[in-house]
Design a protein around this ligand. Structure first.
Ligand code: NI
Length: 179
C-alpha cells in the first residue's frame, strides 16, 4: 500500500447542510486519494470522538464510511474502512439504541433498527469483505450507510422532534459563525 503521510483532521459538516442530504456516488476504484480521505476520516472520528463517520460528513459525496465501535479504552482499537457498503441481510429482531451523530452534536434520540446485519464492502485492500455485525456495530453500520443515502437519524423521529433539533443546530451554527 502507498505511503499515506500525516493525517489531517477534516471539518465535520453540521446539519442542516444540503451536502448531508445527497445520495453519494459509488467508488469505482480505491485510489490513493480515497485512502488519504479514509485515514483522515478515521483520525477525525477518533478525535471527535465518535464511533463512525461517513464521507458526506466531511463534504465528500462518495460511498465510504469508517467505524470503530470498540469503546473500552483498554481494548485494542478496530478501525474499519468500508467503500460501497451494502446490507446483504438484516435480522427480524430489532433493537432500540440511543443514537447521536457528529453532524448533530449533543443531540440523542432512540432509533429502532434491525438488531443484526450482514454488510458487504470493498476494503482498503481493494478486496470484497463481508461480515456479520451485532450490537453497537450493527446500529453504527446502518446509521453510516444511511448517511450515504442522505438520511440522518433524526429522519426517523417525529416531524416535531426533528424540527426542534434542526432549530437547535441552526442556532449552534449561527453562534459558531459569530465566534
Ligand atoms: Ni451520523
Amino acid at each position: 500500500m502507498a505511503y499515506i503521510g500525516p493525517m489531517t483532521l477534516r471539518p465535520i459538516l453540521i446539519h442542516p447542510d444540503p451536502r448531508l442530504k445527497k445520495v453519494c456516488d459509488p467508488v469505482a476504484e480505491v485510489t490513493d486519494e480515497l485512502r488519504v480521505a479514509a485515514a483522515d476520516m478515521l483520525e477525525t472520528m477518533y478525535d471527535a470522538p465518535g464511533v463512525g463517520l461517513a464521507a458526506p460528513q466531511v463534504g465528500l459525496t462518495k460511498r465510504l464510511f469508517v467505524m470503530d465501535c470498540i469503546k473500552d479504552p483498554e481494548a485494542a482499537p478496530r478501525p474499519i474502512v468500508l467503500f460501497n457498503p451494502e446490507i446483504t441481510w438484516t435480522s427480524e429482531a430489532r433493537n432500540v439504541y440511543e443514537e447521536g451523530c457528529l453532524s448533530i452534536p449533543e443531540q440523542y434520540a432512540e432509533v429502532e433498527r434491525p438488531a443484526e446485519v450482514r454488510v458487504r464492502w470493498l476494503g482498503l485492500d481493494g478486496a470484497t469483505h463481508e461480515e456479520h455485525f451485532a450490537g453497537l456495530w450493527a446500529t453504527c453500520a446502518q446509521h453510516e450507510i444511511d448517511h450515504l443515502d442522505g438520511r440522518l437519524f433524526i429522519d426517523y423521529l417525529s416531524p416535531l422532534k426533528r424540527q426542534l433539533i434542526t432549530r437547535k443546530m441552526e442556532k449552534l451554527k449561527r453562534d459558531r459563525a459569530r465566534g
